[in-house]
Design a protein around this ligand. Structure first.
Ligand SMILES: [Zn+2]
Length: 79
């Protein structure tokens, strides 16, 4: 479990990953450390990016916004 957590920030985002702000599918992960990260949808990352980049210089950003329009979110009602 601990090993998995340590590489979590490098794994691609999954459909099950949700924006911490609104619950939409997350396309950006901002990792503050091996066990602490935030997930954002494209909309909310756009909104918070300037602050994040200004106030946190050591974050690891996984930006997969290029996938947003790749295909329709057929998982929207999968739950
Ligand atoms: Zn959001």
């Amino acid at each position: 479990m601990i090993t998995k957590e340590r590489i979590l920030q490098h794994e691609p985002l999954k459909i099950a990953d949700r924006c911490d702000q609104c619950g939409a599918q997350a396309f950006v992960r901002v990792a503050f450390g091996p066990e602490r990260d935030l997930l954002f949808c494209g909309h909310h990352y756009n909104r918070h990016e300037p602050v994040l980049m200004t106030q946190y210089s050591h974050v690891t950003v996984t930006d997969e916004r290029h996938r947003i329009n790749q295909k329709p979110s057929v998982s929207a009602n999968a739950d």
